[in-house]
Write a protein of this length. Structure first.
Lengths: 182, 299
């Protein structure tokens, strides 16, 4: 009888150990996956920039500084080795691009260019997607950290050598909330 | 996304309810077969019972895998095109990223009313359908709010249970109607006493079944809408988007006859009641819009 009880307890303990192990795996995979999503969008953005510069070239001959800024930011993004660096470079590229789009306002011919308009829309859609991917990444980190830090997760986290992770902190790319329209 | 873990309870409960519902469909069909066979002729008893068992099994399996297609077909929805509905595609892709779910397939249905619904058996096979009215009348933030609400239904597995419920409700009401009509054409001269009892049972069944099914689906879907509103806001981080969309829904003038495009059985799937009933009662498919707006504005 006593052995039965010990056996049952052992099986339960084993199940709990397995469940927590899988929980960590799922949460970490979710984080990796959301990082990959951000990366995909950053790459798309870098790929679109040469086309944009090509469409702008004919109109904005005298805006070398802005164009150089965009080119440099893109180079930094393509050259960045790890994701935090890429995310940072991506934010700088976004900043440079918004500078370029602001100046483009002064060129009515450019603003009427369909190719340019299309690229501008694409890039702003990518900006939104990056913002939402980052939001999901931070959400995933939060739920991972909550599991790692709260009891009894903290016990299993120590056992499996898991520690809390940092959220992405890039203020430049924070999604600008739209003004409420009435 | 801590709530996603506690939402796990809701997901599990939705899955369990879906299984129960499919079981209920099978049982309902077998009972119906039993009543019909007793009513018609004792010699057909086994044949009718076997047919009703096979039919009920086939029906549940087919509905499980095709519930989304049935729902889409019943409102004559068409696949959206990326070129034509750019804002819609962007909104759906944004919300898929924000929720961490695969991007659902997107459909558009022809109706001047602002409305939308989600369907499918799981997030991998999800569809989102939006009316042309919603695309015309809503701005980007409002549309995103609506899509976020639908993605919340997808994330919580509401779509599986709600679509299955819609199919069950539709099935029971159609089957009951057929049964009631067939009563007028049957002959009741042989052992009329037994027949009369069965007839009463049949009539009772035919009246109660659709009401019961309706009540079940309605009671559940009202609470679901509040939860989906809250989860949706977690995806957009922008409560005014959905709140403004609901305000537009509340104030829009729908031409008479527009609601005829919405079959009664699929009405609970939509973000707002297509029939725009003013009174909230036991039969309301949706919570009052004002209360939903109030809750959103408090977030």
């Amino acid at each position: 009888m006593l052995w039965w009880i010990i056996g049952i307890i052992a099986v339960f303990a084993l199940i709990i150990f397995i469940l927590y192990y899988n929980r960590f795996v799922i949460l970490e995979n979710r984080i990796d996956n959301s990082l990959a999503q951000i990366d995909v969008q950053l790459k798309k953005r870098a790929d679109l920039v040469p086309n944009l510069l090509e469409s702008v070239k004919g109109y904005m001959k005298h805006e070398r500084a802005v164009i150089k800024e965009v080119t440099d930011a893109r180079k930094a993004l393509v050259g960045a080795r790890n994701l935090p660096a890429r995310a940072k470079a991506g934010a700088e590229l976004q900043h440079a691009l918004s500078g370029l789009f602001a100046i483009a306002e002064n060129y009515p011919n450019l603003k009427a260019n369909e190719n340019f308009l299309h690229l501008q829309q694409e890039l702003s859609a990518i900006e939104e997607r990056i913002a939402y991917s980052r939001q999901y990444y931070n959400d995933s980190i939060l739920s991972y950290n909550n599991t790692v830090e709260s009891f009894p997760g903290v016990f299993f986290a120590r056992l499996y050598g898991k520690s809390e992770k940092k959220m992405l902190e890039i203020t430049a790319e924070e999604r600008a909330l739209p003004k409420v329209r009435f | 996304m801590t709530d996603r873990i506690s939402f796990q309870d809701q997901i599990n409960s939705n899955k369990a309810k879906s299984v129960f519902l499919m079981f209920a469909i099978i049982v309902a069909f077998i009972i119906l077969g039993f009543v019909i066979s007793k009513f018609l002729d004792p010699s057909y008893f086994f044949i009718i019972m076997i047919i009703s068992i096979i039919f009920s099994l086939l029906y549940t399996v087919i509905s499980y895998y095709n519930a989304d297609k049935i729902a889409l077909a019943s409102v004559r929805a068409k696949p959206a095109s990326r070129e034509e509905h750019k804002m819609l595609f962007n909104s759906v892709e944004n919300m898929a990223l924000a929720s961490g779910l695969p991007a659902p397939r997107i459909y558009v249905m022809d109706s001047s009313e602002i409305n939308a619904f989600a369907s499918g058996r799981d997030p991998k096979h999800a569809v989102i359908c939006v009316t042309t009215g919603a695309l015309e009348k809503l701005n980007k933030q409002e549309l995103e709010g609506i899509i976020a609400h639908e993605m919340a239904h997808v994330a919580n597995y509401d779509i599986r249970f709600m679509t299955l419920t819609a199919v069950l409700v539709g099935m029971v009401s159609i089957a009951a109607e057929i049964f009631l009509r067939s009563l007028w054409f049957s002959n009741n001269d042989r052992n009329s006493r037994g027949n009369a009892i069965l007839m009463i049972i049949g009539i009772l069944f035919a009246i109660i079944a659709p009401i019961a099914a309706q009540l079940v689906s309605l009671a559940i879907s009202r609470r679901r809408e509040y939860t989906a509103d809250a989860t949706g806001v977690k995806f957009t981080r922008y409560p005014p988007g959905l709140a403004n969309a609901l305000k537009k829904i509340k104030h829009e003038h729908v031409p008479a006859g527009e609601s005829r495009k919405y079959p009664k059985a699929v009405a609970p799937l939509f973000i707002s009641d297509p029939f725009k009933k003013k009174l909230t009662n036991l039969f309301s498919t949706h919570p009052p819009v004002d209360e939903r707006i109030r809750r959103l504005e408090q977030m």
